[in-house]
Structure formats: C-alpha cells, structure tokens
Design a protein around this ligand. Structure first.
Ligand code: NAI
Length: 393
C-alpha cells in the first residue's frame, strides 16, 4: 500500500482522510494554506490517537507509525510526488478549479486528481485540468475515519483505468465503495432527502410534533436518530443548504423542495446542537434538555407513529428505486450507501422487497391521490416491477 497521497485542505474532512490513508500505511502530505488549520489537524490527530490507545485499539508504536506517515505542508509543490491527491477545501468551484490547474503542473502524468466535493459536479471540476480523464470524485462521509462508505464518482471525462484504480485504492483502505453517477447529491445526499423533507412536511401539516415523528422513526423504524434530532445534529443551516442545492440542481423537481420551517429555523439561528437550540433545546454537553411532546395516549401515538413511519419509509424507497431506475448506481451500492454512509438499519431496496413492491406502489398512489402533487409520483421502476412481480434482490 506504499503509495503517496496528497490531501488538499486540512479541515474536518481533509484531516480525517489523511488519518485514514496514514493508518493503512500510505505516506500522506496534508496541505493547507492556513498554518493554523494544519496545527489544529495535528493536535486533533494526537488526541484521537491517544483515545484509541486508551481504548486499547492501537498501541503507542502504531500511534507513532501513523503520525510519522503524515507530513504537514504549506506549499502545493510539495505534493509533486503524489500518486493520488484528494482535495477537501472550501466548497467553491472557482477556487477548486484554480487549485486543480496549479496542482496539475506539479504532479506526474499518472497522478489521480480527486475531489471530495459534496455538491459540485465532478465534470465541472475535471474541466479545469489539461488531462480531465485523471479526475474523479472520491466522497467520504463525516467523520471519515469512522464512516465505512466512500462514494467514487467518475465524471463523463474520467477514464475507466482511473475509475478502477480509485476503487481499488479506496477498497484497500478498508472502505466500502459505492460507485455513483455524477448527478446531484450522488447516492446518499439524494436518496436521504425524504428523511428530512417528508418529516418536515408531516410536521407542517400538523400531523405530529418533532418528538413524535422522531419517536416513530426510531422506535418503529429502527433508525438511530429521528429526522429532527439528525437535522439538529447536522445543523439546520448546513442541512437546509444541501437541500436547496439538490433542489436547484434538479431543476426544481418538487420531490426535493426545501421546507420553509427549516428555512425559518436556520434564519433564526436555531441551528441545532451547535447553537444550543434547534427543534430541541440542548445543554452545554450537547444533550437534549427539553422534548416538546404533546400528551397523547400510547395507543394514539402508535397509530399515528405507524402512519408517519410508513410515509417516510415509502418516500425513501421511492427515491432509492428512482436512483436505480436512472442508473445512478447499482442496487447493491444504493443499499450499501445508506447502511454504511448514514447508518440506516436496512438497505432501502431490501426493505422494499420485505414490505412488498405492491405495498410500496399502493402507499405512494394513496399519497398521490390524496395530494395530487408530483412529489408523490411513484417511480416507473416500482410500477414495472409490481406488474412483473419482481423483487430487487
Ligand atoms: P473545512 O472548512 O473544515 O476545511 C476546509 C479547509 O480548506 C480549511 O482548513 C481551509 O483553510 C482550507 N482551504 C481553503 N481554501 C484553500 C486553498 N485554496 N488551498 C488550500 N487549502 C484551502 O471544510 P470541510 O467540512 O472539511 O469540507 C471540505 C470539502 O469536503 C468540501 O468540498 C465539502 O463539500 C466536502 N465534504 C464535507 C463534508 C462534511 O460533513 N463536512 C462531508 C463530505 C464532503
């Protein structure tokens, strides 16, 4: 695994990616224009590794080995000997393009130049290179050392050899790779939209409050966090912008429509955990102090809860099925993406098989008939599978 890795940007994602590569034995150069960011990354790694020693996951020799594998540099030229570079700087196309075109003048012809972008198209970034075929999306999830999933995204310019090599390298890093088409949100940030959007819509209709909706997804659905807890955790500002970006990038498809409720929470500075207030209130340690749950009987709660869970689940299944229909990724990769990237209790397509395709189509058609909104249109793939009595797996 002795390849040289250049990581550009030493913030949240870049420092995590550097740790992953160094842990498996790669020589890593972590580059940032801001010395303070590099110092912070170095200090944070020291703390993380000490914690791993406390938990007896690594010993001090392993800690030294990982640390020695990373050097912190502030000159882009220092990445000249890289076999693969992964960029994780500010989410701004013009700035990324500038860094990429400069980087290309330093590295060898066969160096793969990747971006960790969440929302920009890989095609637009690749276009800044003389050799765009060497560019690929390599999208980690936060925190990179803990989250198993990595989406690998070939642009229309990417050569097959570069795609295959990238998949090989990331698999060697003990990550689960899901190959995704260069479309907005790739797999996870597209398929997960209804988890937030439909929960907000259910709240806006006055069907239930935040705590009841969260309860239903956790208790009846087996999700680790409810949608409102998760939005508070991610930050309503960040989550809102992702939704708005995906909505715009899909030419305002109503399925991805952002929520005014979330916009207002974001405008008010109710970001969630980081600001002490969101859909819930938080204490200094980040624990929820107040749950604004209406008093309803257990019986009523279970009945409403089931409706809520079924509605959000079927919207998620529809999104996953449509991603497969439009060849965004293979069925197996779509399911892996959601279980390994955002810890869903089951893959959505496997869940569809379990519930029955007929059940999915009926639920979606019921929603469509009730609201007459394009948002609730059933994926043509589900409809076709239902007619043919097919399953995903
Ligand atoms: P961050 O703000 O924590 O770190 C960005 C780092 O880039 C900063 O240290 C900054 O000094 C440095 N930087 C900015 N301009 C630079 C330049 N021209 N040259 C070198 N360094 C520069 O950002 P974060 O959250 O790590 O995100 C980075 C990228 O990763 C973005 O493209 C984002 O979309 C993507 N991403 C973020 C995820 C997240 O949960 N935070 C998840 C997956 C992808």
């Amino acid at each position: 695994m002795g390849i040289n890795i250049g990581v550009i940007g030493g913030g949240t994602m870049g420092s995590g990616i550097a740790q992953v590569a160094a842990t498996v034995g790669c020589k890593v150069k972590l580059y940032d224009t801001n010395q303070a960011a590099l110092d912070k990354a170095k200090g944070a790694l020291e703390k993380i590794l000490n914690r791993l020693i406390e938990k007896e996951r690594i010993d001090s020799d392993e800690k030294n080995r990982i640390q020695e594998n990373i050097s912190y540099v502030n000159n882009l030229k220092d990445l000249a000997d890289s076999n693969l570079t992964i960029e994780a700087i500010i989410e701004n196309l013009e700035i990324k393009k500038k860094v990429f075109s400069e980087l290309e003048t330093y590295v060898a012809d066969d160096c793969i130049i990747a971006s960790n972008t969440s929302s920009l198209s890989i095609a637009s970034i690749a276009a800044s290179l003389q050799k765009p075929e060497r560019c690929v999306g390599i999208h980690f999830f936060n925190p990179a050392p803990l989250m198993k999933l990595v989406e690998v995204i070939p642009a229309i310019q990417t050569s097959n050899a570069v795609l295959q090599k990238s998949v090989q390298i990331i698999s060697d890093w003990k990550k689960v790779v899901a190959v995704a088409k260069d479309t907005p949100g790739f797999i996870v940030n597209r398929v997960a939209r209804p988890f937030y959007g439909e929960a907000l819509r259910i709240y806006e209709e006055g069907i239930a409050d935040f705590a009841t909706i969260d309860w239903s997804l956790k208790t009846l659905g087996g999700f680790r966090m409810g949608p409102f807890e998760l939005m508070d955790f991610i930050g309503n500002d960040v989550n809102y912008v992702v939704t708005e970006t995906v909505f715009t990038a899909f030419y305002f498809d109503s399925r991805y429509k952002p929520s005014l409720t979330q916009k207002r929470f974001s405008e008010a500075g109710y970001f969630g955990r980081k600001s002490g207030k969101g859909y819930y209130d938080y204490d200094e340690t980040g624990k929820i102090v107040q749950r604004h749950s209406k008093m309803v009987s257990e019986n009523q709660k279970t009945k409403i809860g089931e409706q809520i869970f079924n509605r959000i689940l079927v919207m998620l299944i529809n999104e996953a099925a449509d991603a497969l229909f439009l060849n965004v990724a293979k069925a197996e990769d779509i399911d892996n993406a959601m279980t390994k990237g955002v810890n869903y209790p089951k893959g959505l397509l496997a869940w569809a098989d379990e519930k029955g395709i007929d059940w999915c189509v009926t639920q979606l058609d019921d929603l469509y008939n009730e609201y007459h909104e394009d948002r609730y249109r059933c994926s043509p793939l589900l409809r076709k599978m239902n007619k043919e009595n097919n399953t995903f797996f």
